[in-house]
Design a protein around this ligand. Structure first.
Ligand SMILES: Nc1nc2c(ncn2[C@@H]2O[C@H](COP(=O)(O)OP(=O)(O)OP(=O)(O)O)[C@@H](O)[C@H]2O)c(=O)[nH]1
Ligand SMILES: [Mg+2]
Length: 291
C-alpha cells in the first residue's frame, strides 16, 4: 500500500539546527573531521546518513524522494567520481543524506568501492541505508553483510517490492530483520511506497532508539584464528573504542593497502579520541616487520 511521505526537504544553505556531539544518548556518532576531509561539511546538521547499495537498486530514486531534489552534486575530493548530497528534516532533526557510488562489495578493489568503504569506515555515518533489490536478494545480501561488518548503524531498504510482487516473490522482511539484526523496510521508491517507514527506521537508529545487533560471521578458518585474535587484541589496545576491530584485522591480514595505510598514518586512530600513541606506534612497527 502506498503511503504519503511527510518530509520537509530543506535548502542546503540553511543555517539553523544543532551541532553533532558525541557521548550522550541519541547524540550523533559521525566523525565530523573525517567527513570534512571526504568533502561533507556537517556544520548545522544533526545527522549524516549514507545511501549504499548495488548499482541500479534505486539509491538515487530514494535520494531524490527524500531530499525533494534539493541537492548538491559534485565530485568526491580528488576523484572524478560523482557525488550527490542533500538534506531533509524529520522529527525536528536535520539529516544530511549522501548518495554513495553503487557497489557490489566494500573490499575496495575499485575506486567506487574504495569511496563507499572509506565513507562508512572513516566518516562513521549515523545511519547507513543499504538499498537492496528485492528481486535479487541473494546477490544483494553480499554488500549488506559486508556493510554490517563495518557498522551496526544500518537500515536495509528492501526496494523494488512492486517488482518482487509482480514476480510473485514473497519476502519475510521481519524474519530478514531478525536474522540480519538491523531494521528492514520494504519499499517501492519509484511509487513513494514505504518511504515514511524508512524515515522512521532511520530516525530510530540515528537517535539510538533502536540499536542494531548485526549478524557477523564468527567462523574464521582455523589457520588464521590465532593471528586474527592477536591482531584484534593489538588493535583494541592501539585504538580503544574501534567499533570494528575484527573487520579491520581481517582486512589487514588480507593485505588491504588502504587499511594498512590508515593504521600507519594514524588515520584510523583519528576516529577515536584519546588514542594512546605508544600502542599505535608499537602496532605500526610490528606491521612494518611483518609486511
Ligand atoms: N519498479 C520500480 N522501479 C524502481 C524503483 N526504484 C527505482 N526504480 C527504477 O530503477 C531504475 C534505477 O534507479 P536509480 O535510482 O537510478 O538506481 P541507482 O541505485 O541510483 O543506480 P546507480 O546509481 O546507477 O547505481 C530507475 O529506472 C528507477 O526509476 C522501485 O521501487 N520500483
Ligand atoms: Mg544512482
Amino acid at each position: 500500500m502506498a503511503d504519503k511521505v511527510q518530509i520537509e526537504p530543506i535548502p542546503l544553505t540553511s543555517t539553523q539546527g544543532g551541532h553533532a556531539a558525541a557521548g550522550c544518548d541519541g547524540c550523533a556518532v559521525h566523525n565530523a573531521g573525517a567527513l570534512l576531509k571526504l568533502g561533507v561539511d556537517m556544520q548545522n546538521w544533526d545527522y549524516v546518513v549514507a545511501l549504499a547499495g548495488n548499482p541500479n537498486t534505486g539509491k538515487s530514486t530514494v535520494f531524490n524522494a527524500l531530499t525533494g531534489l534539493r541537492q548538491h552534486t559534485g565530485n568526491w575530493p580528488g576523484k572524478t567520481v560523482a557525488r550527490a548530497e542533500g538534506g531533509f528534516v524529520y522529527s525536528d532533526k536535520r539529516y544530511k543524506l549522501v548518495d554513495l557510488p553503487g557497489t557490489y562489495s566494500l573490499l575496495a578493489t575499485s575506486l567506487d568501492e574504495e569511496i563507499a568503504r572509506d565513507f562508512i569506515l572513516f566518516g562513521q555515518p549515523d545511519v547507513t541505508i543499504i538499498v537492496v533489490d528485492a528481486t535479487r536478494l541473494e546477490r544483494n545480501l553480499n554488500l549488506v553483510l559486508q556493510t554490517l561488518e563495518i557498522t551496526d548503524r544500518a537500515v536495509v531498504c528492501l526496494n523494488l517490492m512492486d517488482e518482487a510482487r509482480r514476480h510473485k516473490l514473497t519476502i519475510d522482511d521481519r524474519r530478514l530483520a531478525r536474522d540480519l539484526g538491523v531494521p528492514v523496510v520494504p519499499t517501492a521508491a519509484r511509487q513513494g511506497e514505504g518511504l515514511q517507514d524508512l524515515l522512521q527506521a532511520v530516525h530510530e537508529v540515528a537517535t539510538g532508539q533502536v540499536i542494531g545487533k548485526p549478524y557477523r560471521m564468527q567462523k574464521e578458518p582455523k589457520a588464521i584464528k590465532g593471528a586474527l585474535d592477536r591482531l584484534v587484541a593489538q588493535l583494541t589496545t592501539a585504538f580503544p573504542g574501534l567499533p570494528n576491530a575484527r573487520w579491520v584485522a581481517l582486512r589487514l591480514l588480507d593485505g588491504d593497502e588502504s587499511i594498512v595505510q590508515a593504521v600507519r598514518s594514524g588515520e584510523l586512530g583519528q576516529l577515536i579520541s584519546g588514542t594512546p600513541d605508544v600502542a599505535q606506534r608499537q602496532l605500526t612497527h610490528q606491521m612494518e616487520v611483518v609486511l
